[in-house]
Structure formats: C-alpha cells, structure tokens
Design a protein around this ligand. Sequence first.
Ligand code: FES
Ligand code: FES
Length: 154
Amino acid sequence: DELRELYQEVILDHGKNPRNLRRIGDANHHAQGNNPMCGDTLSVYLLTNGQNLIEDVSFIGKGCAISMASASMMTEILKGKTVEEAETLFHGFHDLCTKDDADLSEAEATDADAVERLQVLSGVRTFPVRVKCATLAWHTMDAALKGDAEISTE
Ligand code: FES
Ligand code: FES
C-alpha cells in the first residue's frame, strides 16, 4: 500500500545517505552492537549534557542497508531528546517488535511519540524478517546509555 511504499522510500534514502555516520570524539556514552546472525557490527556514540539532554548522537559501522537506515533514522530522532525520552522510545519499540502481531494503531493511540516510533518501526514493518537488522542500532544505543561496552542481539 501507499504507506508501505513511503516507508520503503525513507529507508532507501537513509540507507544510501546515512545521517550522522561519524565518530563523536568526546562522546560520554559508547557501545558496540553485534548481530551474530550475519557478523555485522556497529558502534553508537552519544554526547549528553548535565541536564541529560542528548546533544549529539552518531554511529559508525558496516551493515546491510536496513541496519544502516535504522541507525541513521535513530540518530535523527534522538538528537535533542533527553536520555529518559530515548529509553521510553526504545522500550515502546522493543515491546512492539517482540510481539508478532504488533498493532500500529494501538501505538499511535497511546503515545505522543507515535510518529517517531512509526518511523522507526517502519524498518521492522517493511522487512519483518530483518528485525535483528532494524533494531541493532537501538539495542546498541540502550547498551551505551546503560554503560555496557558491547552487546549481541541473540
Ligand atoms: Fe526488537 Fe528489542 S527492539 S527485540
Ligand atoms: Fe547484518 Fe542486517 S544483514 S545487520
């Protein structure tokens, strides 16, 4: 359908021209995420200030187009958000994507961040079999904020 096509376009664009694909030299949070299914890895960097605001967020790595696009979209979504908002988005996303029949209308109705979440979910919804790819950056970001150096998506 139309929405699906739009999602695919957005993902293609981010996959071809990833945003914030760089290292942050003075990052105060950093983690590496590994996808054992394919051997791809990516690193996420965050710079937060004293008010827990995410001033800058970036990633580097080599992965498939979906993992790169999802990481790119994530950096755009998280910049300017608080650490707490980032965690809330991640958990909502995580909960939805672990349900087989995640109901998007439910997400839309219950959360003010629904638009962002839908953008993120698009990677999952458009390519359901590639959920590990689409969520790698988010799991890595979560690890970085928790202070874990490395994670693997099992
Ligand atoms: Fe899907 Fe965590 S975001 S398993
Ligand atoms: Fe490796 Fe997608 S195939 S992250």
